[in-house]
Design a protein around this ligand. Structure first.
Ligand SMILES: [Ca+2]
Length: 505
């Protein structure tokens, strides 16, 4: 990959956006013509309503490291999330949703742009020092261009990529976590952000939703809104709101089947897998992660607070009688290890880390109680929001809208996809890797290690990823096929190299 390649991506982005604009012009022209034709037959007043169909409001609840199974709708036996579940129960629940780089900042950049990390240049949290390229639009920019009022609140964690963009209201911060008792935020209006301020004795997500509800209550005439509520809980140090300090006292926490695999030297797995320092109860840089029980209970208690805050937004939308005019999307930046292989945190391509929730409620386009099995990705979120708003999806976005799946299942939606992870060695010594996942198989390649290493799993017979099949003669053909497909997928995602220090391979 060369700078020439990144140049071609820049060109593609520019062309894609221009293409989107001309498509919009074309659509608007088409609608105007339709309006003229109808006006001559039935009269103008009725036409105005018909030619400008009401676009949905958009609410995006984004979780912080919320595992796909950290929902009661996903069968969690301990955590109760009635408000999260309502989105899927009254809408669609995607049971196989994934992130493409399980780390805060890159996953957020991907979510906003619809592009892989290797194409945004936001490869890792370290690359927060590097701007998200200004020529890559984030989906809220495109919504605002088309008349949406946009508010972005909570944990943003995309430096030089959101504060500096277009929005009507901002109340956010760019750090991985926040102070859970005296949180700090920057506030802004119409693209002008103010200085960071500290707030006393308030839980950050409670304050975020206070501000979100106040903003919703402002008069914006007929304009639709797009509200991003991005929670910080349950990010490390996992502190709970005061009201949940007693939650789960005395409750036993079951140990994952692989929790003690570290004592056996991680049977079948290469040294690259076990090299990370993200093991429960081992490191002074993660003092909040002292035990499986403490970690799990604090993590779940944070999500209970998130659920309550989602409920507050539901109540507001119902009170204002706009709930069904509002598309509600609930997702998360990445998953989380809760003791599998004694791990905490994310990063690795194993299932607890890459699986995320995805639920969407919008009764006008999504039948209640829809459940889908297709593999959907974080690169699909930006296109999905544009689709919900009726805005053409620019050519540079690498995902696709998942809304068509809400009406009709499509086994051909996605057969395989690329995963990538770059942040090494700090802070957790997790080896750089990439991989391919199909609905049945997963191949992980630690391509920078000496020697390079691999893991291969049959997720159908081994969903817990305990039997590494790599190197077994009976799987040689499968192994070769996945290696070839991985190379093809990687080559198909243009690499952004111009950002200082951004080097994907
Ligand atoms: Ca995160």
């Amino acid at each position: 990959m060369t700078d020439k390649h990144s140049g071609s991506l820049g060109d593609k982005v520019e062309k894609g956006v221009q293409g989107g604009t001309s498509r919009r012009d074309f659509l608007q022209g088409t609608l105007a013509m339709a309006g003229t034709a109808l006006a001559s037959s039935v009269g103008a007043p009725a036409i105005a309503a018909q030619t400008k169909p009401k676009r949905p409001n958009l609410v995006f609840f984004f979780g912080e490291g919320q595992r796909a199974d950290a929902l009661s709708i996903s069968g969690n036996k301990i955590l109760k999330t009635p408000n999260h579940d309502r989105i899927g129960r009254e809408g669609v629940h995607f049971k196989n949703a994934f992130c493409t780089n399980a780390l805060c900042a890159p996953a957020r950049a991907t979510t906003l742009t619809g592009m892989y990390s290797r194409s945004t240049g936001a490869l890792s949290n370290e690359h927060l020092r590097v701007p998200l390229p200004a020529d890559i639009p984030i989906f809220t920019d495109l919504l605002r261009e088309q008349g949406y009022e946009v508010a972005i609140l909570g944990k943003v964690h995309v430096r030089n990529g959101v504060e500096e963009r277009k929005w009507d209201y901002y109340f956010g911060h760019n750090n991985p976590g926040n102070d859970y008792a005296n949180p700090f935020f920057k506030e802004g209006r119409k693209g002008e952000v103010g200085p960071e301020k500290r707030y006393s004795n308030v839980y950050p997500d409670d304050l975020t939703v206070d501000r979100a509800l106040a903003w919703l209550d402002e008069d914006r005439g007929d304009k639709p809104f797009c509200l991003l509520v991005w929670f910080v809980a349950p990010h490390e140090p996992f502190f709970r709101p005061r009201r949940h300090l007693d939650l789960y006292n005395g409750l036993p926490i079951p140990k994952p089947a692989t929790f003690d695999d570290d004592l056996k030297g991680y049977p079948g797995k290469p040294p690259s897998f076990g090299a990370g320092t993200n093991k429960i109860g081992t490191t002074s840089t993660h003092v909040a992660v002292g035990s499986l029980e403490g970690l799990t209970k604090d993590y779940y208690a944070g999500l209970v607070a998130v659920d309550e805050n989602i409920g507050r937004v539901f109540s507001y939308l119902e009170k204002k009688n706009i709930l069904d005019d509002t598309a509600i999307v609930q997702g998360s930046d990445h998953g989380y290890f809760l003791g599998e292989w004694r791990l905490f945190d994310k990063r690795l391509m194993h299932e607890p880390s890459i699986r995320v929730p995805l639920q969407i409620r919008y009764p006008k386009r999504i039948p209640a109680g829809t459940v889908r099995e297709e593999m959907v990705l974080d690169i699909d979120l930006a296109p999905t929001f544009l689709d919900l708003a009726g805005i053409p999806i620019p050519a540079h976005m690498q995902g696709k809208s998942v809304i068509p799946l809400a009406k009709k299942a499509d086994p051909n939606f996605r057969q395989e996809w690329l995963y990538e992870y770059y942040e090494y060695p700090n802070p957790e010594n997790v080896a750089v890797h990439r991989g391919i996942r199909t609905d049945r198989y997963k191949l992980i390649h630690y391509y920078k290690d000496e020697p390079e290493a691999f893991e291969l799993y049959d997720l159908q017979s081994d969903p817990q990823e305990t039997q590494n099949l790599y190197g077994r003669p009976e799987h040689a053909a499968l192994q070769q096929h996945l290696q070839e497909r991985l190379a093809v997928l990687q080559a198909g995602v243009p690499e952004r190299r111009e950002a200082e220090g951004a080097k994907a391979s």
